[in-house]
Design a protein. Structure first.
Length: 367
């Protein structure tokens, strides 16, 4: 029987709700404290989800009973919070992206090594049924050797629905740093690490208008590119292309497709955990929807935390290890650098392709 880890959440914004809701689904951890720079937010979450302790971040970081911190703060302070947590002897699982800048992320990984702490990162959606089924199809040879891939994340922006969307248009935001981690993590999980990228990035509007409550009508100054088109060269020899944008009203494009020597896989939304997964082999007249081979089809954010804790207990490498998140972060920076400097960008980082999850896995996997 594995130890039940005591977990604290720092950052009680929108995303915290699903982590708090899902924590009870996993037997190897419990959330015992929540913290936010706005104490009232922490108290509201604690009351809503029956969490024993609500406090400011520093108090949680100094709490010796906490084994692991889930870092749900804004990207600009991901590194600061993670480093403090590890220096206080805690493992850290962070929301995406790993950090805003590469040097910050490097420092995080350095501290993790020095303190012998696990540092892992979202997204964990690639552990869900959709991506894992797609990976099994590739590994089982359904489409032959993967040769290329496309990925599309096209939307009109978050100001239509998010209660406070300003940070999406500030440094560390934009569609690539916001949504790119889902798509790039899925592509790395399916095709392996990347060696070289190039890209074009532009800002379509200098200003956006919020049409959601409670800030309806407020103007946002756009500080980052909102249309990024990238090309990826994979170590395996496959070539990929990706578009992320906040400047498209409507489209009919797939989320991700993998093109092999013997067919194509249509991969579901990498921001979700489920399907559908579709395949069309070279000699088939129609697409076939494939039954999902793995579990976890609903929004099960927190799955990565449970998988991380199992890795800690077994002394192995987590599938959400920070090396994967760092590789994705460098790819995203690479697109922007390539656009600014009119050149290809050679990746300096490398990560291993995450091990597939076992077929038929359920909650007992974490006991």
């Amino acid at each position: 029987m594995m130890k039940t880890y005591k977990v604290g959440i720092i950052g009680c914004g929108n995303i915290s709700g699903i982590y708090l809701k899902n924590a009870s689904l996993f037997p190897n951890y419990e959330i015992t404290a929540v913290a936010d720079i706005v104490l009232e937010k922490a108290k509201e979450r604690a009351e809503e989800y029956n969490i024993p302790k609500a406090c400011l971040p520093d108090e949680l970081l100094e709490d010796e009973s906490i084994d692991l911190v889930i870092n749900l703060t804004i990207p600009a302070v991901h590194a600061e919070i993670a480093i403090k947590a590890m220096q206080n002897g805690k493992h850290v699982y962070g929301e995406k992206p790993l950090a805003v800048e590469l040097d910050e992320a490097q420092e995080m990984m350095k501290v993790a090594k020095e303190k012998n702490r696990y540092l892992c990162n979202a997204p964990d959606t690639f552990l869900g049924a959709g991506i894992q089924t797609s990976l099994k199809l590739i590994n089982d040879g359904w489409i032959g050797k993967p040769a290329s891939a496309t990925a599309f994340m096209l939307s009109p922006g978050h100001e239509r629905w998010h209660p406070d969307p300003t940070f999406y248009y500030q440094k560390g935001g934009g569609p690539m740093f916001d949504m790119g981690p889902y798509y790039l993590t899925a592509l790395i999980a399916l095709l392996g690490p990347v060696t070289r990228v190039t890209g074009s990035a532009q800002k379509t509007y200098d200003e956006r208008t919020i049409t959601s409550q409670p800030n309806y009508g407020k103007k946002i100054k756009v500080e980052v590119p909102t249309q990024i088109n990238g090309i990826l060269d994979f170590e395996s020899g496959a070539v990929g292309s990706i578009i992320t944008t906040y400047d498209v009203w409507h489209n009919q494009l797939p989320f991700i497709e993998i093109y092999g020597t013997e067919g194509t896989i249509s991969v579901p939304d990498p921001n979700n955990f489920g399907g559908p997964v579709k395949v069309r082999r070279w000699d088939h007249q129609e697409w076939s929807e494939i039954p999902l081979s793995h579990g976890y089809t609903e929004n099960i954010r927190g799955l990565g935390v449970a998988e991380m804790i199992k890795a800690i207990e077994l002394g192995g490498k987590s599938r959400t290890d920070a090396s994967l998140a760092y590789h994705a972060l460098e790819i995203m920076h690479g697109f922007h650098i390539a656009s600014e400097e009119n050149k290809h960008y050679q990746l300096t980082s490398h990560c291993s392709k995450p091990e597939p999850l076992p077929v038929g896995m359920n909650d007992k996997f974490f006991l």
